[in-house]
Design a binder for this molecule. Structure first.
Ligand SMILES: *Cc1c(COP(=O)(O)O)cnc(C)c1O
Length: 348
């Protein structure tokens, strides 16, 4: 039985073109700025984002951490939605390592932080208060089911930040999914923020790596902070070579992942005992619940694992499924057959 792994788009394997590019990559010491392949990736990424400069880092977590270390000093405050990946799933790194004070506001279902609450949360100048320095947003929004923020929604955050003298950081781990779903150039989204982090290693299928992009000054500061957290890598062109292929060959096809996620959502909606709103599925991530007397997610997860369908159990009541490179429409149909079977068995 073939396994269908829908836990995350991080399980994607590098493509044949990536392995070839890695094998052939010209290398140098990137801490000296001498790796030609890293330099090429950073220039390409900056161009795609419409920013002055970009920096390769080893993960999305490092990208957000280094960006926020660069914007904020110890005791400064950042404001973000309470479902932000940086708040929920990055081990509190900005506080642990940066002494940055994180303040959350409610996250709306559409992926936006409650903007009025964000505005109220911005501190007045007063020696009792931490200084608010940055607002952060996430696009697409992981824990809001891959929700997409429009250019206009992002612009509303930018306007607020400008009015109050703050910077905006975008956790754009899946910013290319957002751009493809909206049908806009990714630079239109990046133009709404001062800094952006995106992952090469998720839907774009590279084995390792994230990029941060922003002004030349910001990236110069970020380069130092990357060194501080031990993220200066030497012949990193091995990684960057795959990143170049990711940007050149793997962006357009994300539309397929979105179609497959919607196909999965429509199919799940037909299965008794599964609770899902297919119309909320905009990109490659979907969440669903299970209902029924005595049906529990742990049992469902076990029954699915037995049938070779792997999902992420994100909390006691919900599952997350993520479509990605390597998952075809046929795999989705096969997963649906196995999920329906498992649900039937558990209902009996
Ligand atoms: C995955 C993810 C990250 C972190 O990326 P890693 O490479 O796993 O560290 C950050 N933000 C969001 C929204 C993510 O989905």
């Amino acid at each position: 039985m073939q396994e269908i792994d829908l836990r995350s788009d991080t399980v994607t394997q590098p493509t044949a073109a990536m392995r070839q590019a890695m094998y052939e990559a010209e290398l140098g010491d990137d801490v000296y700025g001498e790796d030609p392949t890293v330099n090429r990736l950073e220039a390409l990424a900056a161009e795609r984002m419409g920013k002055e400069a970009a920096l390769l880092v080893s993960s999305g977590t490092m990208g957000n951490l280094v960006s926020l270390l660069t914007h904020c000093g110890r005791g400064d405050e950042i404001i973000m939605g309470d479902k932000a990946h940086t708040f929920v799933s990055e081990a509190g790194g900005v506080s642990a390592l940066g002494g940055i004070h994180v303040r959350t506001v409610p996250n709306l279902d559409d992926g936006m932080p409650d903007l009025a609450a964000m505005e109220r949360a911005i501190r007045a100048e007063n020696i009792h208060f931490p200084r608010t320095r940055a607002l952060t947003i996430e696009n697409t929004h992981n824990f809001c089911g891959g929700a997409v923020l429009s250019v206009e929604q992002m612009a509303s955050v930018k306007r607020l930040a400008e009015l109050r003298g703050l910077v905006v950081h975008l956790d754009g781990a899946r910013i290319f999914n957002a751009a493809v779903a909206l049908g806009v150039p990714v630079s239109d989204l990046a133009a709404q923020v001062d800094s952006v982090q995106f992952c090469l290693s998720k839907g774009l299928s590279a084995p390792v790596g994230s990029i941060i992009a922003g002004s030349a000054d910001f990236i110069q500061g970020a380069r130092r902070n990357r060194k501080i957290v031990g993220g200066g890598m030497r012949q990193a062109g091995i990684i960057a070579a795959a990143g170049i292929v990711a940007l050149e060959q793997m962006v357009e096809r994300l539309a397929e992942d979105h179609e497959n996620a919607y196909r999965l959502a429509l199919g799940l909606a037909e299965i008794p005992g599964i609770v899902i709103e297919p119309d909320k599925v905009k990109t490659n991530i979907l969440f669903f619940g299970v209902e029924g007397d005595g049906v529990e997610t742990t049992e469902v997860a076990a029954a699915l694992t037995e049938r070779g369908v792997l999902l992420a159990q994100t909390d006691p009541t919900r599952f997350r499924a993520v479509t990605h490179y390597g998952i075809t429409a046929e795999d989705i149909d096969e997963a649906l057959v196995r999920i329906a079977e498992a649900m039937r068995e558990l209902a009996n």
